[in-house]
Write a protein that binds this ligand. Structure first.
Ligand SMILES: *Cc1c(COP(=O)(O)O)cnc(C)c1O
Length: 458
């Protein structure tokens, strides 16, 4: 049926002259003549042979020039390539803390290490529960499991794509030690609810701000509301050194504990010159960053503010365009958000406004238009990777069969199931480093697909 329609449609278009638009016209003569009605060529979806709405080339990433080149060569020539004797990383830490409006920062190997180090520094271990969102990158989950603590996955506030604070509270038990919300996509989680919750229940708050360097809640950077914030400088992230990460805190003693944890138990303020580890009874690892990463980060930090501004301008403009397209709903910001360093543009797709076309088909059509998009994270709680923990020999030994069975029940996240199975979509941050013309073309792609949804649907 669709095939026939399509062939017929293409035939008419060809007859009308290589797809050139012919609106119904009225001849000026005495005889009224109606020209055949065809879609103008630009109205035809790329998936059905029309032109792309966007040429498909978005700004390249990473962004660098001679400044990064020089910084790398300078770092090389110092001959001090590691953080233990280098002077570049401490300079970056100072600048990063300043940008964050916080007392201290510790640069580490990556964002996962930042989280793992903080959990180690506060002494999370077997028997402890850590509350995290289900809608997050798997690293948030992994760092809990690496400590043999029990990760409790909490459902999503579908309007904002963030952890649901009410369900977070309901997930607390006497075993809960840490609340670890994520600022998903760079958009802040609801800190007006989460900060008092941690205080009221005497829980440690660690912010996974890996996607949100620079985002603000009520004028203060996220990552400054808990005992510490974790940041990632992995190559896709807004601040990029290939790999890299940081911990930020206003508690300098906490930063020093983190330093010792990431440096085989040896503190920075060690006065003797021996290789003896520091405090007794703690654990440690090596999570150190290199000077090359520090050197790149110092330069990238200078670029970041302008990049963030550009992303925000483009996103605000795209939000306006999308507000006129029913069935496309960008993630809402909570009232407390004062500034966003957008890492992802998260939005919901409602197929009822697209003739029932599946999200997968919509994605296909969008990509054909030259607009790359992704369905994003799924139902982490139901993935075999996570459910397998219930049968993990060590977890069974630590928590017992009953607790692990209950754990499976506790991780039910119906809102997230709905969001991730048919609605959620992402655009990546690099798409917003271009011009407003890019935004016009993204919106045009969606409009075109919507207009032709019944033909595109299969
Ligand atoms: C990227 C990311 C991490 C991990 O950071 P890496 O630098 O890749 O180790 C953790 N949590 C979230 C939410 C992330 O997006």
């Amino acid at each position: 049926m669709e095939q026939i329609n399509r062939r017929k449609f293409l035939g008419v278009a060809a007859a009308a002259g290589a797809g050139i638009a012919l609106a119904p016209t009225v001849a000026l003569g005495s005889v009224k003549k109606i020209a055949p009605i065809v879609l103008s060529d630009t109205d035809r979806p790329a998936l059905l042979g029309g032109p792309k709405a966007h040429p498909g080339r978005f700004p390249a990433w990473p962004v660098y020039d001679g400044a990064e080149e020089q910084a790398l060569i300078d770092a090389l020539k110092t001959g001090r390539w590691g953080r233990l004797d280098g002077r570049i990383t401490p300079k970056f830490e100072e600048e990063y803390a300043k940008m964050m409006g916080m007392k201290s920062s510790l640069a580490v190997a990556n964002g996962t290490t930042a989280l793992y180090t903080m959990l180690g520094a506060v002494g999370v271990g077997p028997g402890d529960e850590v509350i995290i969102p289900v809608y997050t990158f798997v690293a948030t989950y992994n760092v809990v499991v690496l400590n043999y603590a029990l990760p409790i996955l909490v459902d999503t506030d579908i309007d904002t794509f963030q952890i649901d604070p009410q369900k977070m509270e309901q997930a607390i038990t006497p075993a809960t030690k840490v609340l670890m919300p994520v600022h998903m996509g760079g958009l802040p989680a609801n800190l007006d609810r989460i900060v008092p919750l941690a205080q009221r229940r005497n829980l440690t708050l660690i912010e996974d701000a890996c996607q949100a360097p620079g985002s603000e809640w009520r004028g203060k950077k996220v990552g400054s509301y808990g005992i510490g914030g974790a940041f990632s400088f992995q190559s896709t992230k807004n601040l990029n050194s290939g790999e890299g990460g940081a911990i930020t805190s206003n508690d300098e003693a906490f930063i020093e504990t983190c330093y010792a944890f990431h440096n085989q138990g040896q503190g920075r303020r060690r006065t003797d010159t021996s290789f003896n580890p520091g405090e007794a009874g703690t654990r440690a690892s090596n999570g150190r960053i290199t000077e090359f990463q520090g050197a790149i980060l110092l330069e990238q930090l200078i670029r970041q503010q302008a990049q963030d501004r550009r992303r925000r301008q483009n996103i605000e403009y795209l939000n306006k365009l999308f507000s006129e397209i029913p069935g496309i709903t960008p993630a809402k910001l909570y009232d407390g958000v004062t500034n966003v360093s957008y890492h992802l543009y998260m939005f919901r797709y409602d197929k009822n406004h697209f003739a029932g076309m599946s999200r997968a088909r919509f994605l296909e059509a969008l990509r054909a238009e030259g607009v790359p998009s992704d369905a994003g994270y799924g139902d982490l709680n139901r993935s075999p990777y996570v459910t397998g923990l219930a049968n993990n020999r060590h977890y069974l030994k630590i928590y017992g069969e009953k607790t692990m069975k209950e754990w499976m029940e506790r991780n039910h996240c119906p809102q997230n199931d709905k969001l991730t199975s048919e609605e959620s979509l992402w655009f990546f941050q690099t798409m917003f480093l271009g011009s407003t013309r890019d935004m016009d073309q993204i919106a045009e792609a969606v409009r075109k697909i919507q207009k032709n949804a019944s033909q595109l649907r299969n």
